[in-house]
Design a protein around this ligand. Structure first.
Ligand SMILES: [Zn+2]
Ligand SMILES: [Zn+2]
Ligand SMILES: [Zn+2]
Length: 283
């Protein structure tokens, strides 16, 4: 007995599976539409929902649950009609497989709605439709411009990031080169060996030995405890650090210069030792 199906909207079930977004032309979307909670049907009409600008329904083939029946497909409308005479089809399983060709950019989601279903007694029945994506187009990211999300500092690279306009995924890469330290001027920090400069951006400091030069005009001679003592003044031509003392003030900063008070005593001893040595050899 041939069944006439009046496509009344008894039940509409929508199920969407995301296969969102952007794919290359020539790719396909393949889905299966299954019945769940099937009370036994003999006919159904299912409407596939899809973005016609992005997809075209290329083929519908029967699944296990539709074996032995008659499938009629309106590809443009996405309508799938199934009729089987003889007995109700029981149980859950795959009703049909559908393949879509990608036409262009857009939404690649596919939905399935059960417009109508009947059993052998022409009584409307209802069941759930489950759409499973077998093959989705490979997503091709639509990357935006690289944006600096962390600026470089003295010794670390910055970080750039870009975002896919379609799926929102982000990607980072090494950003701008480290800037290097931005040192200020050399400063006298009271250290007898070196002057120092600091980075204006971070807390890095750098030391460098004084570049001592003798200030001839400040040289003076004093008589101390019967010895003639020459006191010379040296000044760092870079930072201005100044010290009075012996001629042997280190120029590289490795040796702590002798300052005035003790210098007098030291030079006195050296002069005395030299004097005694001379006398010894003179004998
Ligand atoms: Zn993406
Ligand atoms: Zn720095
Ligand atoms: Zn200096």
């Amino acid at each position: 007995m041939k069944k006439i199906i009046s496509f009344l909207l008894v039940a509409v079930m929508l199920l969407a599976l995301a296969t969102s977004a952007f794919a290359a032309e020539g790719e396909t979307v393949e889905i299966t539409v299954s019945a769940k909670g099937n009370p036994g049907f003999a006919a159904y009409q299912i409407k596939l929902g899809f973005d016609a600008a992005a997809l075209e329904l290329a083929a519908v083939t029967e699944g296990a649950l539709s074996a032995g029946g008659m499938l009629d497909v309106n590809n443009a409308e996405g309508l799938v009609l199934f009729v089987k005479n003889g007995a109700n089809i029981e149980g859950d399983g795959v009703l049909f497989n559908a393949t879509f060709n990608v036409k262009g950019e857009g939404n690649y989601d596919v939905t399935a709605a059960l417009l109508d279903a009947y059993n052998e007694a022409l009584v409307g029945v209802d069941f759930e439709l489950v759409v499973n994506v077998v093959k989705a187009p490979e997503h091709v990211h639509e990357w935006g411009e690289w944006v600096e999300i962390k600026a470089p500092d003295c010794d670390e690279y910055g970080v750039d990031q870009r975002t896919c306009a379609t799926c929102g995924e982000t990607e980072t890469r090494q950003g701008a080169k480290p800037l290097g330290h931005a040192f200020g001027d050399w400063v006298d920090i009271g250290n007898p060996n070196y002057h120092q400069r600091a980075c204006v951006r971070c807390d890095a400091v750098e030391n460098e030995g004084h570049k001592m030069v003798e200030l001839k005009e400040l040289e003076k001679t004093e008589e101390i405890d019967g010895f003639l003592v020459t006191i010379k003044t040296h000044k760092c031509e870079v930072c201005g650090y100044t010290v009075e003392g012996l001629d042997k003030i280190p120029l590289t900063g490795d040796i702590t210069p002798v300052v005035v008070g003790s210098a007098v005593a030291v030079i006195a001893m050296i002069t005395l030792a030299g004097y005694m040595l001379k006398r010894k050899f003179a004998l």
